[in-house]
Write a protein that binds this ligand. Structure first.
Ligand code: URP
Ligand code: ZN
Length: 706
């Protein structure tokens, strides 16, 4: 147990005898006595005896290791059968440059073979389906798979209720009071706790190859850390290199993720270059692989950056396929130019990163992306907004009717860009990410308020971690510092602290911005993002009273640095349930690699596309019916130049009304005509203008022109 968590538990013990204080200050009803009813469970013998069965999550570390040594082989066989995968020897994985997952595992999953999917199966599923479940334990509804979370306050995005939650085989089966549950059901006492949907981190990059190196948190350490913090699903990005097949990149990411993930995951695919083949592959990914969002980069010039024409093409394609277009919104051309200038000035340290990418560079790209997407009627999602200006640009477009959604990240909500100016190079470089954090202490609060009012909707982390040694690749040149920070573990706590504890948002809004909105926008709601009958049992039992101090020394991530170092946060994921399994228990993580599942995301999401059809009908361009033009037409020669001299201008009159009765010009006629000809063209031009000076000032600069 980490020092921070030990401290949290002590804190909790001290509070055990107290009446739980609900946030924000509501009292807790006494649990009502249970009575035998006539429902199905009423006839289950022992239905009201609360037992705590022997779950794998409660086993000792030794027992867990023994189990794990056997289980993955079984799991491997199942996976190979159901997904047409091949089992390849571990050393071939290492030859491919992938870190052995066991090296990063302290949970003791001893895998002698690693599963590599050749090509995953068909995944164009409904939101309720999950692609090819890889169940480590049998899902036959045994006592092991029954769980009751009792006495907590259930929080959804739209309501809170004091209710118990009964789970069977990974699915929520009942929510309410006085539930009848079968014997042998394990009980988690949640009195004084909030019972919320597990977090969904919309933006991660586990083990991503980037800037010559590879992110140090892989799909095992990263998703295990996610669970530790109350996040039960991540959305990662498969990013092909320029010219590379999108489908191959997608399968490579699946190959990396499937054997390692401890929580569920979905994949967004990057459109990092453009061609007919890319357009065709996008279709295959949406139809067959459960991908419903594509990300385009407006930054990273010379690698992933698309120009406006390519952006338009990709937006049009997303729209045809019913997918959501995402953008990394920063102007890569300006960044390249600025970086060059700064390096020439001798500014080589991390501060150069922030200086080269000012807020307006992010805001310009945000606005441009909104305009381009709106012009072709494509719904748009702006990733990881870090600045006030960019968030405001998004808000303006939103209010003009653009179909756009905005994500911000834990880093931008929990810390700021003053760290780039820290005299310690390592500390400053540890905060490098793009778009950068802003050197303004007001920005985090501003972004949090936008989440509360709904101008921004989701929170990710852009979790893409590099150790100090990896960051040092850019020790003499800030443009070479690998971009990326941590966050997957601490996102929920940071948002709780800065959002709820600060009084900016209530627990329902917290749920909305940490899970529900993401589930809606990526079309997996209400399977995810809701505590309701039929939803996946991905649940966090949140202790709002406990505190911990965030530190790289105690976090679960592989990276040796934490951008939130030293921050004391209230709110701890005391129990985390993923697919009905207790994976965090009183702060102890008991995750198993490979137990997470790939979650396909279906296209034509009604939440995203619902308004589009009607809107396009309502706003369809209308032709003006008019008599054909019958006057002379200028002739162009082969060089596109006019031939035959100037055609004399016809004497036409612009006036539609005759002169006034006294013979003057009818002032209802405009003096301006769209042809460019004006009604006073025949008069000599005036040689001067009259300047009227302000009566209050002698300065001619304050004058007005007539
Ligand atoms: O700094 C970041 N965000 N690194 C990962 C790549 C990206 O921009 O998403
Ligand atoms: Zn990213």
């Amino acid at each position: 147990m980490s020092a921070g968590l030990r401290r949290a538990s002590r804190h909790q013990e001290e509070k055990d005898d107290e009446v739980p204080q609900w946030i924000p200050g509501l009292g807790q009803d006494k649990p009502k006595p249970r009575t035998l009813g006539t429902s199905f469970f009423g006839y289950v013998p022992d239905a009201f005896v609360e037992k705590t069965p022997y779950l794998p999550s409660e086993q000792s570390a030794d027992a867990l290791k023994k189990e794990a040594a056997v289980e993955p082989v079984k799991a491997a066989e199942q996976v190979a059968d159901s997904l047409e995968q091949e089992i390849v020897p571990r050393d071939s994985i290492e030859r491919n440059g992938q870190r052995d997952m066991d090296a990063s595992s302290d949970e003791g999953v001893v895998t002698e073979e690693v599963i590599v999917p050749r090509r995953v199966g068909q995944a164009s599923a409904e939101p309720w389906d999950v692609l090819s479940p890889v169940d480590i334990e049998d899902g036959s509804g045994s006592a092991q798979n029954r769980l009751l979370i009792k006495g907590g306050r259930v929080v959804n995005d739209d309501m809170m209720q004091d209710a118990d939650v009964y789970i069977e085989d990974g699915i929520i089966k009942q929510v309410g009071t006085n539930l009848h549950t079968p014997g042998g059901t394990r009980v988690i006492e949640a009195k004084g706790h909030l019972v919320m949907p597990g977090g969904i981190d919309t933006h991660t990059h586990m083990q991503m190859p980037f800037m010559g190196t590879q992110a140090i948190d892989d799909f095992y350490t990263g998703t295990r850390a996610a669970l530790a913090g109350g996040t039960t699903m991540i959305m990662d990005f498969a990013l092909p290199q320029r010219g590379e097949s999108l489908i191959e990149a997608f399968h490579r990411w699946r190959t990396w993720a499937d054997p390692k993930v401890c929580c569920d995951y979905a994949i967004h695919v990057g459109v990092t270059w453009w061609s007919d083949k890319v357009a065709q592959e996008m279709e295959e990914l949406t139809n067959e692989q459960g991908v419903n969002s594509f990300k385009m980069f407006m930054a990273y010039k010379d690698t992933w950056q698309l120009n406006d024409e390519e952006l338009l093409e990709s937006f049009k394609r997303c729209k045809e396929l019913g997918a959501l277009a995402q953008v990394h919104a920063e102007n890569g051309d300006v960044i390249k130019e600025n970086s060059k200038k700064l390096l020439e000035l001798g500014i080589t340290g991390p501060e150069g990163h922030e200086m080269s990418r000012p807020e307006e560079v992010e805001a310009e790209a945000t606005n441009r992306a909104c305009v381009l997407a709106n012009q072709v009627g494509c719904p748009l999602y702006i990733c990881k907004i870090t600045s006030k200006l960019a968030a405001s640009a998004l808000g303006q477009n939103l209010r003009r009717g653009t179909l756009v959604w905005g994500e911000t990240i834990a880093a931008a909500l929990g810390t700021d860009g003053s760290h780039y100016y820290n005299p310690c190079w390592q500390h400053a470089a540890g905060h490098i990410m793009s778009p950068p954090l802003r050197n303004d202490p007001q920005t985090p609060g501003f972004l949090m308020e936008l989440l509360d009012v709904g101008d921004l909707q989701t929170t990710g982390t852009d979790n893409c971690t590099f150790s100090a040694a990896q960051k040092a690749l850019g020790k003499d040149d800030f443009t070479k510092i690998p971009n990326g920070v941590n966050g997957v573990e601490d996102r929920m706590s940071v948002i709780w602290e800065k959002g709820v504890v600060s009084g900016k948002m209530d627990p329902c809004r917290f749920v909305a911005v940490t899970s529900t909105n993401a589930a809606k926008i990526f079309n997996i709601y209400p399977k995810k993002g809701r505590i309701a009958v039929g939803s996946d049992a991905d649940i966090v039992v949140w202790n709002p009273h406990a505190t911990r101090v965030i530190s790289a020394k105690t976090h679960h991530q592989a990276v040796d640095f934490n951008i939130f170092e030293g921050m004391e946060v209230h709110g701890i994921a005391e129990f985390v349930v993923c697919h009905g399994r207790v994976v965090v228990e009183e702060g102890e993580v008991r995750a198993i690699s490979g137990m997470g599942k790939y979650v396909p995301t279906p296209v034509f999401n009604p939440h995203v596309y619902g308004r589009l059809e009607e809107r396009e009908r309502a706003n369809a361009p209308c032709k003006v019916e008019r008599a054909p033009y019958e006057g002379p037409v200028a002739q162009l020669n082969g060089q596109g130049m006019q031939e035959g001299g100037i055609i004399p201008v016809q004497q036409e009159t612009f006036y539609t009304r005759g002169p006034t009765r006294s013979g003057g010009v009818n002032l209802h006629d405009s003096s301006f005509h769209v042809s460019g000809r004006q009604r006073d063209d025949d008069l000599l031009p005036r040689t001067s203008i009259k300047l009227v000076t302000s009566p209050n000032s002698s300065s001619s600069l304050l004058g007005t022109f007539w």
